[in-house]
Ligand binder design. Sequence first.
Ligand code: GLN
Length: 281
Amino acid sequence: MPADNLASLLAAATARLKAAGSDTPTLDARLLLQAVAGLTREDLILGPDWPLMREQLAAFEGFVARRERHEPVSRILGEREFYGRVFMVTPATLDPRPDTETIIEAALAVMPKGASLLDLGTGTGAIAITLLAERPDATGMATDLSPEALAVAASNAARLGVGDRLTLLEGSWFAPVSGTFDIILSNPPYIPAGEIAGLAPDVRNFDPTLALSGGADGLGPYRVIASGAASHLGEGGHVLVEIGAGQADDVEAIFAAQGFQTAGRHHDLGGHTRCLGFNRT
Ligand code: GLN
């Protein structure tokens, strides 16, 4: 008999999401239930017999149905936790991934005191905002082609208390940028255009194509970043880019052609080379 207490709702939703192919059905169901009920994880453990109100039940049913159609939990809830902070996510922005925390760790290790940083293709602002929040002495600039994404980044920057240290500029890569920086970073779109159709529906149908496609070979943005970095990197500065699977050698060759040497290969939690660091030879 279907009951409407927390424990039975959680169990039923978990079974549905598992059947729909989610890799993380238990976590998904819990996060969606916590959101509709306004409860913490502890509340769910302590009060498995609590019932939900009718409107909460309807909202939960709607959320579970969306997740069954492969919409990521972060998009259903409109937010995602990244490096311990909550970022607003909209259809105009890439959903920041845990793998991107690799570039954060790599940047924190090389940022000088009072660093100036430039984040190209900032999306939600996850990279620039996280670094500014971690380093209150740093200032930054971030660009994006999408004005809608920049509005999201502005809102995230204000809410996370770094709005006064971050300048957001609309335009392609370095086009709106002048000056030099201690750290230039980017998690650019790097999927070869022909592979987008074969991505999981959770990605293909919900992340903006603009944020995914790196052109025919997936490397187009790295060519633009390497050539622009040659004139925008300050003395002793570092460039850090996130890369896709198997792209390390090609991206290193692109940067070498612009006079950069590899300063580090950084691995994600899955052991893949996820971020490359460069400085000048
Ligand atoms: N810089 C943003 C992020 O890492 C957006 C990246 C993108 O849209 N490709 O989440």
